[in-house]
Design a protein around this ligand. Structure first.
Ligand SMILES: *Cc1c(COP(=O)(O)O)cnc(C)c1O
Length: 406
C-alpha cells in the first residue's frame, strides 16, 4: 500500500485539530456566541459555563487543586512571558535572580533576556549531551536572591524530558518558585502540578490537537499562593491576570482536546512511539552515518531527532517536498545559526546542520513511516553523491529562509 502524500511529521510545530475538538467548538461560533463576561443574559451565561467547564477539564488533567488556578492566554508564548515577567515584577523586592536552562524554548529565554536588560541576574544552566539538566548544577546555581526557576517539561526539538519532579522538590524546599513550560509535554507524558511541586506552568492547545491561539497558565493558589503581575490590563478578566474578551470557541476546543488526551494519552503514546521506533530502525538499516540526538531513555514518545553525517539537513528537508519535517540546520547566511538546542547538547555544527526532527502524531500511519524511510534513503544518498562531486553544495547548504523550530 502506498502512502498518500504529503505526509505531516512536524507535530512538534503544531498538530491538526482533532475532528472531535472541532465539533465541540462549532456551536460557539454561530449559536452560543456570547461574551463570557456578559452577566446579564443567557448568551453570556452559556459562554461562561462553557469556559468554566474547560477550566475544570484542564485543571483536572494537570492535577490542579482548583479550576481558578487556570488563566487563559493566547498560547504558551504568552503564558511563559506572563509567568516569568509577572513573577519577576512582583518578587523583585525579594530577589533579582532567575535560573533557566540553555535548551529552553525562545519564549522562555527571550523574556529572561529582557529581564536581564532590566537589571535582573539570569543564570542559564547548560545541559548534558542527553539534553538533561543536572540537579547538581541547579543546586550550585541557586542563591538567596533566586526568585524563580524555569525549566521545561519536554524539549520541542530533541524531545528530552527534564527531571521536573526532582527540580520541583528542590525549589519547594528552598521556597523558590518553579515555572515549567509544559507546552510540548502535556498530553504526551504524565504531568501533575501537585506531584511535581510546580507553581506555574504554561500550555498551548495547538500542540495537543486543539486550535491555535489559545493557551493557559497554571498559577498555584495555595501553598504557596503565587501572584503574577499582569502584562495585559483592561477589564480585569482572568482574576486580573489577563484582561480581554475570552476566545470562547478556542477555550472550549482546548478543554475538549485535553479531555480526549486524558482518555487516550497512553494509547497515543504507545502508537506514536511504535511509529518512531519503526522509522529509526528502518533508517538505521538503510543509511549509514546516522546519529540520534538527545536521550532515548528520557524522551517524548513522539519525537525523533537525528543527524545524517555528510548531509545538509536543510537541503535534505527541501528535497522531500511531500514530507513535512523540520531541521536544526543553519542557513549559511551570516546571521542565522544552527539550533541553540543542538548547540546546547554539544553537537558539532556539521551534525547540527545535518539534523532532521520528526514529530509523530495521532493521525500518522505505518504506511507513512515506510514511505518516509524510503524517501530519506533516496535523498540522503543522492545528496551525498552530489557532495562528493561538488563540495560547494555542502557549503551552500540551506536553500531557503530558515524557520525556527517551534
Ligand atoms: C510551541 C511551544 C511554545 C510556544 O507556544 P505557542 O502557543 O505557539 O505560543 C512554547 N514552548 C514550547 C516548549 C513549545 O513547544
Amino acid at each position: 500500500m502506498s502512502a498518500r502524500a504529503p505526509i505531516y511529521l512536524d507535530n512538534h510545530a503544531t498538530t491538526a485539530v482533532d475532528p472531535r475538538v472541532l465539533d465541540a467548538m462549532l456551536p460557539f461560533f454561530t449559536r452560543d456566541y456570547g461574551n463570557a463576561a456578559s452577566r446579564s443574559h443567557a448568551f453570556g451565561w452559556r459562554a461562561e459555563a462553557a469556559t468554566e467547564k474547560a477550566r475544570q477539564q484542564l485543571a483536572a488533567f494537570i492535577g490542579a487543586s482548583s479550576p481558578s488556578e487556570v488563566v487563559w492566554t493566547s498560547g504558551a508564548t504568552e503564558s511563559n512571558n506572563l509567568a516569568i515577567k509577572g513573577v519577576a515584577e512582583i518578587h523583585r523586592p525579594a530577589g533579582n535572580h532567575i535560573v533557566t536552562c540553555a535548551s529552553e524554548h525562545k519564549a522562555v529565554l527571550d523574556p529572561c533576556k529582557r529581564l536581564e536588560q532590566q537589571g535582573f541576574k539570569v543564570t542559564v544552566l547548560g545541559v548534558g549531551p542527553d539534553g538533561r539538566l543536572s540537579l547538581d548544577s541547579l543546586l550550585d546555581a541557586l542563591t538567596l536572591e533566586t526568585i524563580l526557576v524555569s525549566v521545561m517539561l519536554a524539549n520541542n526539538e530533541i524531545g528530552t524530558v527534564q527531571p521536573v519532579a526532582e527540580i520541583g522538590a528542590v525549589c519547594r524546599e528552598r521556597r523558590i518558585l518553579f515555572h515549567c513550560d509544559a507546552a510540548q509535554g502535556l498530553g504526551k507524558i504524565p504531568f501533575d502540578v501537585q506531584k511535581m511541586n510546580i507553581d506555574l506552568a504554561s500550555f498551548s492547545a495547538h500542540k495537543l490537537y486543539g486550535p491555535k491561539g489559545i493557551g493557559a497558565l497554571f498559577v498555584r493558589r495555595d501553598k504557596p499562593r503565587v501572584r503574577v503581575a499582569s502584562l495585559i490590563d483592561g477589564g480585569g478578566h482572568e482574576r486580573g491576570m489577563r484582561s480581554g474578551t475570552l476566545n470562547v470557541p478556542g477555550v472550549v476546543g482546548f478543554g475538549s482536546a485535553v479531555e480526549i488526551c486524558s482518555r487516550e494519552m497512553s494509547e497515543d503514546a504507545a502508537r506514536t512511539s511504535k511509529l518512531r521506533d519503526r522509522l529509526l530502525s528502518e533508517l538505521r538499516k538503510r543509511v549509514d552515518g546516522l546519529v540520534v540526538n538527545g536521550s532515548m531513555e528520557h524522551r517524548l514518545p513522539n519525537n525523533l531527532n537525528v543527524s545524517f553525517e555528510r548531509t545538509d539537513g536543510e537541503a535534505l528537508m527541501l528535497s522531500m517536498k511531500d514530507v513535512a519535517v523540520s531541521s536544526g540546520a543553519a542557513c549559511t547566511s551570516a546571521s542565522l545559526e544552527p539550533s541553540h538546542v543542538l548547540r546546547a547538547i554539544g553537537l558539532p555544527s556539521d551534525l547540527a546542520n545535518g539534523s532532521i526532527r520528526f514529530g509523530f502524531g495521532r493521525f500518522n500511519t505505518e504506511e507513512e513511516v515506510d514511505y518516509v524511510a524510503g524517501t530519506i534513503e533516496r535523498n540522503v544518498k543522492r545528496l551525498r553523491l552530489d557532495l562528493r562531486s561538488d563540495p560547494a553544495v555542502y557549503n551552500r547548504g540551506g536553500l531557503g529562509e530558515r524557520h525556527g523550530l517551534e
